[in-house]
Design a protein. Structure first.
Length: 278
């Protein structure tokens, strides 16, 4: 005979841990529950099979220095929500640094606190609705049948519930502002880091490009200088007197520079002979 009654926390934790890896029959046999009982729980709280990458992220999270504190502060459902959000942020931001991890932890914690506060606000609203209906029923009774003390008590509870609701609304707004600011800080920090990285890459490649252009210019300059020197040498060689096959002696290359050079040479020879005769 399978066990009946409400599910214990131990059974709930067991199902949450093995819902993705075991069948309803296996879970039911292990817990001594009916298969229908496990099937209803699975339908009520479906689990998504995580990938190997997501599993690695969760394992790394459990090894974080702050995880022990988080486990003491949050409920089982909130811890699972923390893990899911942590995986999502890691997949969104990819390369996560320790400073990012601290901001992500604070961001997720704020989101969980907001959800917890909204749950409490819902309960308070339900209480307010119940008290208002109860007070309305008393007010519809004839004066002699009304329970004045009960009505005073209901009004006192209503005032307290409304004050509590107002306080939670203010707290919700403050937490939401902190969450938005934390998300902006996280995004701004990463955007700034990526901008610095891109700027450094750009500067580096600009430097490489500049050096390449300088090397090209220097290389071309050396080539041009070698061409100029080779041309000058060839021009000098062609300007020299050469004896041709027919016995004539002349300059293979004649232009105004070689003619001037020849005339200067003749003038120097005449001046030398004149000095010798004197």
């Amino acid at each position: 005979m399978a066990k009946r009654g409400r599910m214990s926390e131990e059974e709930k934790d067991f199902l949450d841990s093995y819902l993705d890896s075991k069948t309803d029959e296996e879970l039911a046999e292990r817990l001594d529950r009916t298969v229908a009982f496990v099937a209803r729980y699975r339908k009520k709280k479906p689990h998504t099979v995580i990938t190997a990458e997501e599993d690695d992220i969760v394992v790394a999270l459990h090894n974080m220095y702050f995880w022990g504190e988080v486990k003491e502060q949050l409920s089982t459902d909130e811890l699972r929500g923390f893990e899911a959000r942590w995986v999502a942020l890691n997949q969104q931001f990819q390369d996560v640094l320790p400073t990012d991890q601290m901001q992500m932890k604070d961001l997720i914690t704020l989101e969980i606190l907001i959800n917890r506060l909204l749950t409490e606000k819902h309960k308070v609203l339900s209480t307010i609705d119940r008290l208002e209906k109860q007070l309305e029923r008393e007010e519809k009774l004839p004066d002699e049948d009304r329970d004045v003390n009960l009505m005073l008590s209901i009004e006192t509870q209503l005032n307290a519930a409304m004050a509590s609701q107002s306080a939670r609304t203010n707290e919700h707004m403050k937490l939401q502002e902190k969450k938005d600011a934390k998300f902006k800080d996280l995004k701004a920090t990463r955007d700034q880091r990526f901008k610095q990285l891109e700027d450094s890459k750009k500067s580096f490649f600009d430097l490489i490009k500049t050096l390449d252009e300088r090397n090209v210019r220097e290389k071309e300059g050396r080539h041009m200088e070698l061409f100029r020197m080779a041309a000058d040498k060839s021009k000098e060689d062609l300007a020299e007197y050469t004896e041709f096959e027919d016995g004539t002696v002349d300059q293979p290359f004649i232009n105004h520079e070689t003619v001037i050079s020849e005339e200067d040479g003749r003038t120097e020879n005449i001046e030398e002979r004149a000095d010798q005769e004197d």
